[in-house]
Design a protein around this ligand. Sequence first.
Ligand SMILES: NC(=O)c1ccc[n+]([C@@H]2O[C@H](COP(=O)([O-])OP(=O)(O)OC[C@H]3O[C@@H](n4cnc5c(N)ncnc54)[C@H](O)[C@@H]3O)[C@@H](O)[C@H]2O)c1
Length: 339
Amino acid sequence: MKNLKTGVVGLGRLGRVHAHNIRYQIPGAELTAVCSIVPAELEYARSELGVAAVYADYKEMLAHADMDAAVIVTTSSEHCWQIEAALDAGKHVFSEKPLGVDAAQCKQAEAAVERHPELTFMLGFMRRYDKSYAYAKEKIDAGAIGTPYLVKATGIDPEALVDGAIRFAKNSGGIFLDMAIHDIDLMRWFLGCEATEVYAMGATFKHPEFRAAGDDETGVAVYRFENGAMGMIHVGRTAPYGYHVETEIVGTEGTIRISAVPEKNQARLYNQNGVCAECVGSFPERFAEAYLTELQEFVDCALTGRAPGVSVYDGTKSTAIGYATTEAWKTGAPVKILP
Ligand SMILES: NC(=O)c1ccc[n+]([C@@H]2O[C@H](COP(=O)([O-])OP(=O)(O)OC[C@H]3O[C@@H](n4cnc5c(N)ncnc54)[C@H](O)[C@@H]3O)[C@@H](O)[C@H]2O)c1
């Protein structure tokens, strides 16, 4: 079978991970072009990844590069038009989450995907491809915990990276749109239905800069789902010990907990401080394998015509729920989520 010739747009924090994986780690994929508006990133692609076809303009890349697929890892506000342009140029598309930053943009991307049923589209909700989350989903679908009725999700970034979060707070869309989108997707996936109502609040105790930027340092949201199930999300930016992602699904016959201790590995350090498990440090470290598995899935789907497990509609739904959560947080009132 021929390789999937792939162009990556955006070579920032996550773009480099995807580009590196495509270049060196994904069988069936070939990195044939890259695009970024940052000249240093293009230089990185030339020198570190050995890519000759580098572009500062995305439309130029689509028009001239030798590529079957586009992997979009740009700033979130760029995703939707770039998805549409790539599909209309006949390329398969993998886009990072979120699908878009507002409902109208998401609908535009949805329409483009519907116009091109011959092409593969996949959204980067990589937690679904993490071994532990995939295992939990399999167990739930097999009835191992009975009927799931509550999902509790925690996602707290390491305080070591808080300066970056403060810098981007003004333009991030707020803590729920910026951080909770993965947890929102997982709640829908595990419960197998949609959220109908949300109540949310936030607080800032350590870094008043978040408040000054119209954001909060910590957010909590509670959801009702259409079958009566519930969800709880706790997101934050100041875990002093590392990167804390934890999920618990409670059912009528049992509970599944994923990363109840967000440990770095299975080693324990025994010394005068006691017995210590170090915490995982960052998202690229925690989800390194999931980033590989999701891209492998995209490449296999594009090469074989199989449909990927994450669709454009998952993107639209999650974004709509993220918006409703943000409205609930800002107004302090419960918000109904329209079907
Ligand atoms: N799935 C995950 O776990 C995860 C984690 C981090 C980020 N993300 C998502 O990935 C995307 C990128 O995040 P990041 O942290 O790498 O951001 P970043 O700011 O580090 O990088 C963004 C890159 O996009 C490039 N860019 C922006 N507009 C462009 C344009 N019009 N044409 C070409 N290049 C353009 C910039 O040059 C930059 O290289 C975001 O949408 C973010 O939400 C997902």
